[in-house]
Design a binder for this molecule. Structure first.
Ligand code: NI
Length: 135
């Protein structure tokens, strides 16, 4: 099995806030990330596809094609947006990196043909990132 990865970048803002909780509890759990008007991140997303390269092409998936899918389905929708209010698929979802990776998975899983989606890594900052493998 070969694992092939494409990395893309986007910038977005969000607010970590659970509407079922009091303001105090939201501050207690999310701290600065609960800032009412949000705050921004420069995100990196790494999408890994697994497969055995067919003899004919030698490619698990064409990286240009993978890039086009990620850009069309994810980057164009979230880049320079406020994740809490501008992005339909994040409606009702607390926009933590964990939840974002899961939502991105649901979208990309159906769009990637050739190989199978293996993992999504989402970097919220150089030191903080999550990985989701669809389990
Ligand atoms: Ni944040």
């Amino acid at each position: 099995m070969v694992y092939i990865t494409r990395k893309e970048h986007f910038s977005a803002s969000h607010r970590l806030y659970n509407p079922d909780w009091s303001d105090d509890k939201n501050w207690e759990v999310y701290g600065k990330c609960n800032n009412p008007n949000g705050h921004g991140h420069n995100y990196e997303i790494e999408v890994t596809v697994a497969g055995n390269p067919p003899k004919e092409t030698g490619m698990v998936i064409d990286l240009k094609k993978l890039s086009d899918i990620i850009n069309k389905e994810i980057i164009d929708v979230v880049d320079h947006k406020h994740l809490n209010c501008d992005v339909d698929f994040m409606t009702g979802v607390i926009p933590t990196a964990e939840n974002m990776a899961v939502e991105f998975w649901k979208i990309l899983e159906t769009k990637i043909t050739g190989g199978r989606l293996y993992s999504i890594k989402l970097y919220e900052s150089p030191n903080n990132f999550v990985e989701y493998r669809g389990e």
